[in-house]
Write a protein that binds this ligand. Structure first.
Ligand SMILES: [Fe+2]
Ligand SMILES: [Fe+2]
Length: 286
């Protein structure tokens, strides 16, 4: 049976109440203190590069993360960049916002104390991010834009929320999904009563992300239910299924994607080859 998103679940008090810790996310000890002020500054159209640079420099982990990604395949710059001010100018405020967001997810992922689960979620998120980027480049010709990468990186943020909510239950849901070869959403629903989709939506809403990001979180397992013209959900859904097929030994059909994107088997194989190559590069980089 297909999972159908019901409009009214966000109003159901039970899920919101159970995940009430999301309301105090600003006080999360694991969220780097500079991230929220930085994101709010990045929303100000009159903010100066100097102000942004000053905030970024307060977190050495963030400095190294931004410089690594700026100098990586993500933007494909011809020159090596060492100065943060130069990096900010070259990649632009919008891409910078995406990178700061993805950094906070990396740090949040590090708080998962169970190392296998942490590795599983991080590798799956990164793989989906890189494939999302490659799909948007190869199918839609989008270049030097970090937004699709971030959609892919955040699509399963609800899994981190579920883990924080109840680590043991999350582990049980994961074991049940793998052991019984069932889909993860059904397994989570049996154990939690809801899935990472609802949990992720509440988190994305709290962090005031764009509608596009919310749509991706809601529809990445069923893009056919997304609004007409919402290509991001389709891109991330394909990236997600490729990540499961290539790295989790699943066998998910590609037919609906070949039809949606109007691409040949050969083009898909070529896309997979490029994606796998880049996934290896990103894994060794981050
Ligand atoms: Fe998912
Ligand atoms: Fe996923």
């Amino acid at each position: 049976m297909k999972f159908v998103y019901k409009q009214n679940w966000a109003e159901q008090k039970t899920i919101k109440e159970q995940l009430s810790f999301i309301e105090n996310i600003e006080e999360f000890p694991s969220l780097p203190s500079v991230v929220l002020p930085l994101l709010s500054k990045l929303n100000d159209p009159y903010v100066s590069v100097k102000e942004i640079e000053k905030l970024i420099n307060m977190d050495p982990g963030l400095v190294s993360y931004i410089l690594k990604l700026t100098n990586s395949l993500l933007f494909g710059l011809l020159e090596e960049v060492y100065s943060m001010a130069r990096a900010i100018i070259l990649i632009g405020m919008s891409n910078l916002r995406s990178l700061v967001t993805s950094y906070s997810i990396r740090v949040l992922c590090n708080t998962i104390t169970h190392s296998d689960i942490q590795e599983y979620i991080w590798n799956h998120s990164l793989t989906t991010a890189v494939f999302s980027k490659v799909i948007s480049e190869r199918i839609y010709g989008v270049k030097k834009n970090a937004s699709t990468y971030v959609f892919g990186l955040l699509h399963d943020v609800g899994k981190i929320v579920l883990y924080i909510h109840n680590p043991q239950n999350f582990q049980d849901a994961l074991i049940r999904a793998i052991g019984k070869n069932m889909d993860f959403v059904s397994s989570e629903k049996q154990i939690f009563g809801f899935s990472h989709i609802e949990a992720g939506y509440l988190m994305i809403e709290k962090l005031r992300f764009s509608k596009q990001m919310k749509d991706v979180v809601l529809h990445h397992h069923n893009p056919e239910f997304s609004a007409k013209g919402d290509n991001n959900s389709w891109i991330v859904s394909l990236a997600n299924d490729l990540a499961h097929n290539l790295y989790d030994n699943k066998a998910i059909s590609m037919d609906k994607y070949l039809e949606k994107f109007k691409i040949s088997d050969e083009a898909l194989v070529d896309l997979i080859r490029v994606g796998q190559y880049q996934v290896e590069q990103y894994r060794s980089l981050l």
